[in-house]
Design a protein around this ligand. Sequence first.
Ligand SMILES: [Fe+2]
Length: 213
Amino acid sequence: MSDVYNLFEDIIEVDIEQNIIEDCIKDYYSNTEFRTASMQKADPNVHIDYFTSLVSKVTSSDVSFCSGNYYKHTLPYMPHTDYKEQLNNSINFVIPLSIKGDASLIIFDQLWSGNSVTWDMNLPIPEHKTNKNTKGSPIDYDIKYTTGKPFQEDIHQKYLSFFKLEDLKGLSANIFNFVPSKGVIFDNRKIHCTSHERWEKLGLSLRFKYAED
Ligand SMILES: [Fe+2]
């Protein structure tokens, strides 16, 4: 048993029907204003019940939808977590909608059990208004399940070369190509980021909690 409250240990890739993807893209572009200029975020209005039932099936649990947003960006996402203790929103569902080029979602086996954090990886990256960057890399903090080993060099070169190899020490990565029709469900206390490519990506990120919480 894990010592992390209600940990969903698996990382599950699920197929999404094409008409659902198309409806979401239409929903996104029906917005005339976006929450932030750099990430171009917007709220989802369609198929929430469909996504909720997929998460219930995969987790074999009753879950309820907490929050979510579309995001369109070209810059990579830094390593971060999304959990908020007061909401217990520990399940993430990432749904790629469109991409110009190839990129990947990287989900590490290691996790941060507290409130959401974004690490700056010792790089001079701009601050977000709501999520302040945390200095350094995850290994500088009390994260769980570290490997105690150097990060795999081939994965570093292929996906994460914008970070220093030593800043990834103790982490182990699971790679998911950002492909529309392939969604990924995982515990959002697991540290995750995108690969280094700078292609424009449109995706939908949804957060759920266990219904009994
Ligand atoms: Fe995230």
